[in-house]
Write a new protein. Structure first.
Length: 348
């Protein structure tokens, strides 16, 4: 494992035994994944895909059936229980439902890990006050969890996860219980933590908006397998699997009354989707892209800004021709993905 990697997963398999001891569920299937130091990696998938199982192997909360997980240059399978506990102090974790102690104040919830570890009162005071300032809760020190909003509770959870100055932060659906405004503030805080403290962040989510906003790399997992991974802008601009397209909600908009898969005399137009990406500092002319389709009608368009790239999608209809026009990769484009979708009976 090289020093620029904080996490390296090799041939990881995880089985769960069912109610019948002879039945085994293959939850994680030959997982290979490298996560760079200082990066934000998002793991996304549907419920039951294996996201939580994968995340929990990174701090030893889930055991491995086979393979190996290297975290901060330590092979987890080779660590004793005491060594694993020591390593966990270098790995913070925040949870979907906050996991705060209702009978303790904000200050006490944040301080608890240091108290358990036997730190001095002065050291605890110094660290807790620093983290309360970082997460913006200085005025809430003596409040109890019941007096806080969801976003404030998650800020307490983040401060507590940072109490040992970890090098890695694991986030288990950290924003899924929050309203949209609180979600934005928590994502901005995580970005700030990554940028100012250099902490590697691994988060699982079922929301592509979270991935798009703060992640550098994305991993798509389905039925225990990694089916797609790469830089966020690349995966968004050219999703290779139907599941990824579903998660992106990049399917064709609702033109079902107009689209048909059968070419007949009454079908006047052919439907085509074009997904593309280009760097923000590169000049790009959409007319050049559509030059092979001089009579095209635009049915739908969308452009997002992701990781210093503009990522766009077009759905066009063009008059049926003997052969489909060809679009060639342009020098100014970082990626180009084209898919045919049948025929349009009429365009209003």
């Amino acid at each position: 494992m090289t020093d620029h990697l904080h996490i390296s997963i090799q041939h990881l398999n995880k089985y769960y035994t069912g109610q019948n001891s002879h039945e085994k569920m293959h939850a994680l299937k030959d997982i290979h994944l490298n996560i760079k130091k200082g990066s934000i990696c998002g793991i996304i998938g549907r419920s039951g895909a294996g996201k939580s199982s994968l995340l929990r192997t990174l701090n030893g909360l889930e055991s491995m059936s086979s393979g190996e997980v290297y975290v901060l240059e330590h092979a987890l399978s080779e660590l004793s229980h005491a060594q694993l506990i020591q390593l966990r102090q270098r790995i913070g974790m925040i949870f979907q439902h906050f996991n705060l102690l209702s009978t303790k104040t904000v200050w006490e919830n944040i301080a608890l890990p240091l108290k358990v570890a036997g730190y001095s009162a002065d050291k605890i005071k110094q660290q807790v006050e620093k983290l309360m300032t970082l997460v913006g809760l200085e005025s809430k020190a003596q409040h109890y969890p019941s007096q806080l909003s969801g976003g404030q509770k998650q800020r307490v959870g983040i401060a507590r996860a940072l109490i040992h100055n970890p090098e890695i932060l694991l986030c288990d659906e950290a924003t899924s219980a929050l309203d949209p405004e609180s979600t934005q503030t928590i994502l901005q805080l995580l970005q700030q933590i990554n940028q100012t403290l250099g902490i590697t962040i691994v988060l699982i989510t079922h929301e592509m908006q979270v991935i798009k906003q703060i992640c550098h790399e994305v991993v798509v997992i389905d039925a225990g397998e990694i089916i797609e991974q790469g830089q966020v802008w690349q995966v968004f601009s050219s999703p290779q699997h139907q599941i990824t397209q579903d998660l992106l909600q990049r399917n064709i908009p609702h033109f079902h009354s107009a689209l048909s898969t059968t070419r007949a005399a009454q079908h006047r137009y052919h439907a085509l989707s074009i997904q593309y990406a280009h760097a923000k500092n590169q000049l790009f002319d959409i007319q050049t892209l559509l030059r092979p389709f001089p009579s095209a009608v635009l049915l739908h368009s969308q452009v997002d800004q992701i990781q210093q790239h503009h990522v766009g999608q077009l759905l066009i209809a063009y008059p049926i021709q003997p052969s489909t026009p060809q679009i060639t990769q342009q020098n100014s484009l970082s990626s180009l993905h084209i898919k045919e979708h049948g025929y349009v009976e009429s365009i209003i």
